[in-house]
Design a protein around this ligand. Structure first.
Ligand SMILES: Cc1cc2nc3c(=O)[nH]c(=O)nc-3n(C[C@H](O)[C@H](O)[C@H](O)COP(=O)(O)O)c2cc1C
Length: 427
């Protein structure tokens, strides 16, 4: 079983993450972690601090000569601004010179202060801050490394930012694949469709001018997960439930959908599922569910132009037991288990609650008077970065379930088990 625990405050000395349960023999370098953390800082609409910030990483344990040992892996991400914060955040006895007594709406501040009996919102916000997601991205990098040995890759892209969003049709025809990740990361808003990216940037510019903030959505896609990961037997091991919880745990995520989950709920059942066929190695274009009318006439096969969210290229049916689908409305999960098709999950983020032009009412708990929310460092939007965190949470969830299914103390042992499973599902 793969477990991880993060520790650390946003402006504390360091963030720490311990990941336990990965097998021995995974090749890992510190640059792998640096690259993923740099991706988390991406995105138009983030403040200057994000561009300047460099994460200083130390791998404290679990790695020797570039390979995992099978023991817990501990990683520290130092706060490069610690000298500035050392007095305010000191663990030694003392007190704050400037207590924050007016909790910001939309944050953990008020409930956290009441729950723990604090008179300083900083005691809450330092831990509730999404800076913690840097530690999750480190853990996610390890999970992605592990999944890579099985040919599993997790990517993400922004599908909505403010009111700029993909049409269903654009999404159906532009589902990115792992080879597209570079282009996505090169987009200032991590959006795969350039014309939608332009609209998103315009939205950010307008919100920035108004001192306001924006939410949006990212889709996470895992390619290569074999059929049967997850469980229909145990309620708490259903893969859709686990992925949803993992994504929902990201700060500011307010909804998660799997595949075309929201859209299919309003359809008749006859048009809401993914018909199964034997893979007879036919022309891949004939297996796709996003036929236009012309294409279906040309191929002579009944087209399903109504089906959205199909995958770009049909997946390798080796991982789905030799069966293929017309579409992937289910987002690669049926009965709480992977089907072998790409796993698609979308996470919806609320607009950031700290505004550069503070207008949200609150109450000063020290004076019991009404005031407006104070300003802590904030961005216009963090949706592009959220996708990188979403990838990490999805990778950690899948790695845990893959580790449960294929076991192994060394990656060699895990891969032997995996290969034998792939053979068994083709019999
Ligand atoms: C990557 C990332 C970056 C964030 N950056 C900010 C920020 O700059 N300002 C802000 O007000 N909220 C930011 N948030 C959101 C807050 O952490 C979040 O609104 C807060 O924790 C309350 O959300 P909750 O009610 O879902 O816990 C960010 C979230 C993520 C995932």
């Amino acid at each position: 079983m793969l477990r991880f625990l993060t520790a650390g405050e946003s402006h504390g000395k360091a963030l720490v993450v311990i990941v336990e349960g990965l097998p021995a023999g995974l090749k890992l370098e510190i640059s792998d972690l640096e690259q993923e953390l740099a991706r988390r800082r991406l995105g138009y609409g983030r403040g200057p601090r994000m561009r300047l910030e460099k994460d200083e990483i130390t791998i404290v344990s679990g790695l020797r000569h570039g390979e995992t040992l099978g023991s817990p892996i501990a990683v520290e991400i130092a706060n490069t601004e610690w000298p500035k914060w050392e007095k305010e955040m000191s663990p030694a006895p003392g007190s704050s010179s400037s207590k924050l007594t007016s909790p910001r709406p939309g944050h953990a501040d008020l409930s956290g202060m009441l729950k723990y009996g604090f008179d300083d919102a900083r005691n809450v916000l330092e831990r509730a801050s999404a800076r913690e997601t840097a530690a999750r991205v480190c853990a996610g990098t390890l999970a992605k490394k592990y999944l890579g040995y099985f040919g599993v890759q997790v990517i993400s892209h922004v599908v909505a930012l403010g009111s700029a969003t993909f049409s269903d049709d654009q999404l159906a025809r532009n589902l990115p694949e792992p080879s597209d990740l570079k282009a996505i990361d090169e987009s200032e808003v991590r959006c795969f469709i350039p014309e939608v990216a332009v609209q998103m940037i315009d939205e950010i510019k307008a919100a920035s001018k108004a001192g306001d903030s924006l939410g949006g959505a990212c889709q996470m896609i895992a390619y290569g997960v074999p059929v049967g990961v997850g469980s229909y037997v145990h309620w708490d091991r259903r893969l859709d439930g686990l992925i949803s919880q993992a994504l929902m745990s990201i700060q500011a995520i307010k909804a998660v959908s799997i595949g075309a989950g929201i859209e299919v709920s309003s359809r008749p059942g006859s048009r809401a599922h993914d018909p199964i066929h034997l893979d007879q190695g036919s022309d891949p274009s004939q297996r796709r569910g996003d036929f236009t009318q012309d294409e279906s006439e040309r191929t002579g096969r009944a087209g399903r132009p109504d089906l959205k969210l199909v995958v770009g290229e049909p997946p390798n049916s080796e991982r789905s037991g030799g069966f293929i689908r017309d579409s992937n409305l289910a987002g690669g999960i049926e009965g709480g288990m992977s089907t072998g098709d790409p796993i698609c999950a979308t996470a919806w983020m609320k607009p950031l609650a700290t505004l550069n032009r503070p207008v949200l009412s609150t109450v000063d708990l020290a004076t019991k008077t009404e005031t407006v929310s104070f300003k802590e460092r904030t961005d216009v939007t963090a949706v592009p970065a959220m996708g990188v965190v979403g990838e990490s949470m999805m990778a950690l969830t899948l790695a845990n379930e893959m580790a449960r299914k294929f076991g192994g103390d060394s990656i060699g042992e895990s891969l032997r088990n995996f290969d034998s499973y792939l053979k068994s599902i083709r019999q």
